[in-house]
Design a protein around this ligand. Structure first.
Ligand code: ADQ
Length: 760
């Protein structure tokens, strides 16, 4: 990659933002302290680079490869790059630890034992948060964020929490294990939920997609139809659909194929054969030095063939390119030792003087050298024990427009699903592997051509551009993102509004011809008490409400989370005051002048099915309550409520967490967390919808609402210009005015009565 320039305006917004563990460039510190950027190797970089070039405004968020402070964002190759900081401890715990010593072995069928430490998880969580925080602000409104791979599985959900207006895609480059294996992973449900923050989840093979869907079904209990997962939302937010689909990744096939026309590269391939002593056959393996790639199995087979005298080292040479990888992880150090010991032993026993039996290369090559090697190779061995896709297999095929050469391919590599004309092997079966190598070495030219033609058809037709295009197109089709719902916050902190400000607002409001005055009950008309049944409403406030309801052009309502009967028994209001219970699910008698037909109660009707659901929710909440002393369950006609106000110690937090976890499994239930309560309603409810309906039923020109709880925000959120929202007590709110407490509420209601009374 050419030298990069730091830009002042790099922090702009982009249509497409790629988030991956690594940037497509590596930082290097020069002797004079300056930073130099060079293209970093690896399948993902190769894949995405060509895609990003086709986008007008693309950004890439990732780590630069060096621990410590991250450089400022900069531009390179027409892309904006946003480096993410990883400290040495993050590198050890998030990257080498949880990503490469926990997830990597587990997702690759536990070829080595996964290790787990809780500190690694903590670091994974905080590093994922840093990537999400870097990515969320740089996406344009309605833009697309594409998150890559197992290191960043929590990022989709974290981005969604900040930016519900963007499309979020996730692609997993490595396999997704069977649910039996995946279940071993500590924090497995957090990982699933993290991924389900995406709109579209892509996997390499059909089996990976199916494994993921069944993990979600089994471990989270979410409803699944085909490859669509229904993720339940909390509160009034609807169920979200997440699509799961298979997108086998590929390479820039035309570019690789074109390199083979280059005379210099052709010459390099010929030179390579001469350097090896002009053997009749060259067998090639190219891998990151990783235990998943089956390098040991391959060397064992090759060594045995030499031992058995079935291969003459004068006729055939094996080249093993093993790129250095994750050298600080113990399993990789051991692997390197073993591989190098085996190569040494084979060469010691079999190499003729002056040339190797196995030429072992533990370093990187550039694309041109790599292509020369593929052009020289008569057989390429891809013997992965488990591999997401394996791009080497496809690169070899793209490098053979001459239709010569044989690909030996493990059935455990994702590429096996597409490259059906390869010589398929089970690499665990060393005898089978040996037979496959011998068969490939002896394969007649016509047979090679026939197989290679079929392989090339597949690889040239399905390149990485098509892969990315298909993914992004599917993401586009996977439903319009929600409009940016930035809950409008007008007031923060606790300081009440100026008295004069409240007075001016009340005076203007009292002049409106037809009014609706609505109020929450607990915390507004009555101070909060620990025993809900011992609540003491403010008598003067209730009197003011009653008298207001008797004035012409004024409708009055009490809107509460309490059950209707409960609200009624604590307020004893005349029929001129409308009582709304259970967050809007229950509405009491209406005064005759209200238009009852506006109230569409159909969705609130209880069916037998809803009764059953409510019974099972109540039973589960009771179980949670038993485990957390002091918490209790209240039952209402359409809802069950867990009250945690009187729980001991962390009981309130723990019980709430259990309840919300349980809520995730209930797609059709409206779950409303409030002040130390969580309500599960089997009919759709919201105080906001209730007040809106009442305003229409009373033909009000404007309404006033008094509320103290988070559940009241659904009302404040829909305040119109003439409406008046008064938040009682502290906390962020969409209301425009704040008053201190129930005493202040009494003052407001009495003042309103006065102002409106004067109007008569
Ligand atoms: P990797 O495990 O890195 O990728 P692979 O698909 O084989 O595996 O890609 C490796 C890339 O590195 C190839 O492009 C290869 O040519 C190149 N490479 C290897 N050794 C090299 C060397 N010494 N010098 C230069 N280049 C070298 C992960 C998954 C795979 C999946 C890819 C892409 O593990 O299963 O195919 O992502 O999704």
């Amino acid at each position: 990659m050419p030298s990069a320039s730091s830009t002042q305006d790099a922090q702009r917004q982009h249509e497409l933002v790629v988030v991956a563990n690594r940037l497509p460039v590596d930082s290097r510190t020069l002797p004079d302290g300056a930073t130099e950027w060079v293209t970093s190797p690896g399948g993902l970089v190769t894949a995405m680079e060509s895609v990003m070039r086709t986008v007008d405004s693309g950004a890439w968020v990732g780590w630069g490869g060096t621990a410590g402070e991250a450089p400022e964002p900069f531009e390179a190759d027409g892309m904006s790059l946003y480096p993410v900081r990883l400290d040495q401890e993050d590198v050890e715990r998030y990257y080498e630890g949880f990503s490469n010593a926990t997830l990597w072995p587990l997702y690759h069928d536990v070829i080595v034992d996964p290790e787990f430490h809780r500190t690694w998880w903590d670091s994974y969580l905080s590093a994922n948060r840093r990537f999400a925080e870097a990515a969320a602000p740089v996406a344009a409104p309605g833009g697309t964020i594409w998150v890559h791979d197992y290191q960043l599985q929590l990022v989709p959900q974290m981005i969604r929490a900040k930016r519900s207006d963007v499309r979020i895609g996730f692609f997993n480059h490595i396999p997704f294990p069977s649910v039996e294996l995946f279940s071993q992973l500590p924090k497995r449900n957090s990982i699933l939920r993290g991924l389900l923050g995406a709109d579209l989840l892509g996997f390499q093979r059909e089996s990976d997609s199916l494994n993921f869907v069944s993990a979600v079904r089994r471990l989270l209990g979410y409803h699944v139809e085909g490859m669509t997962i229904f993720v339940p939302g909390l509160g009034a937010s609807p169920v979200r659909e997440v699509q799961v689909q298979t997108f086998p990744i590929s390479i820039d096939s035309a570019a690789v194929s074109a390199l083979t026309e280059d005379p210099q590269i052709r010459e390099r391939a010929a030179q390579l054969r001469r350097d090896l002593g002009d053997p009749a056959k060259i067998v090639l393996g190219v891998d990151r030095l990783d235990y998943t790639k089956g390098i040991r199995h391959r060397l064992k087979a090759w060594g045995e063939l030499l031992d058995d005298g079935l291969i003459d080292p004068h006729d055939a040479v094996m080249i093993q390119v093993a790129t250095p990888s994750r050298e600080r992880v113990e399993a990789y150090r051991q692997l390197r030792d073993e591989v190098e010991l085996t190569v040494g032993r084979i060469n010691g026993e079999h190499a003729p003087i002056g040339r190797p039996a196995v030429s072992y290369q533990h370093h990187s090559f550039d694309r041109r050298d790599m292509t020369a090697m593929f052009m020289a190779a008569d057989v390429v061995l891809v013997t992965a024990l488990r591999d997401g896709m394996n791009l080497v297999a496809k690169e070899y095929v793209a490098s053979r427009p001459d239709l010569h050469g044989v690909l030996v391919l493990s059935e455990f590599a994702g590429a096996a699903d597409e490259l059906r004309a390869a010589v398929m092997v089970n690499p665990h079966d060393i005898d089978e592997l040996k037979a496959a190598i011998l068969r490939s070495l002896a394969m007649p030219a016509e047979e090679q051509e026939e197989a290679m033609r079929s392989l090339r058809h597949q690889v040239m037709e399905h390149d990485v551009q098509t892969w990315a295009h298909n993914f992004l197109q599917q993401l586009e089709e996977s439903g319009d993102p929600e409009p940016a719902v930035t809950p409008t916050i007008h007031l923060t902190g606790e300081t009440p509004s100026e008295a004069g400000e409240v007075e001016t607002a009340l005076t203007a409001f009292a002049e409106v011809p037809r009014l609706l005055i609505a109020s929450d009950f607990d915390g507004v008309i009555a101070p909060i008490v620990s025993d809900r049944d011992a609540v003491q409403p403010d008598a003067a406030a209730l009197t003011a409400l009653r008298e207001l309801s008797e004035l012409p052009g004024v409708a009055v309502a009490l809107v509460s989370g309490r059950a209707l009967a409960d609200l009624d028994s604590h307020t004893r209001m005349p029929s001129s005051v409308v009582l709304v219970g259970s967050h809007g699910a229950e509405v009491g008698a209406l005064p005759p002048w209200m238009q009852a037909e506006v109230l569409d109660q159909s969705s609130l009707t209880m069916t037998e099915q809803k009764e059953e659901l409510l019974a099972s929710i109540t039973a589960t909440l009771r179980r949670i309550a038993r485990a957390h002393p002091g918490t209790e369950v209240e039952t209402k006609p359409t809802a069950a409520v867990l009250h945690t106000r009187n729980a001991k110690g962390r009981g309130s937090i723990n019980a709430t967490e259990s309840a919300l976890e349980y809520a995730m499994t209930l797609p059709d239930v409206t779950v409303t967390p409030g002040k130390e309560v969580v309500e599960f309603a089997v009919v759709p409810t919201s105080k906001g919808a209730a007040v809106d309906t009442l305003a229409r039923a009373s033909a009000a020109d404007a309404w006033l609402y008094l509320g103290d709880d988070v559940t009241d925000e659904s009302v404040f959120a829909q305040l119109g210009d003439r409406d008046l929202g008064l938040k009682v007590g502290g906390g962020d709110t969409a209301a425009r005015l704040r008053i201190a407490d129930t005493e202040a509420v009494r003052g407001v209601l009495q003042r309103l009565l006065e102002l409106r009374g004067q109007r008569r």
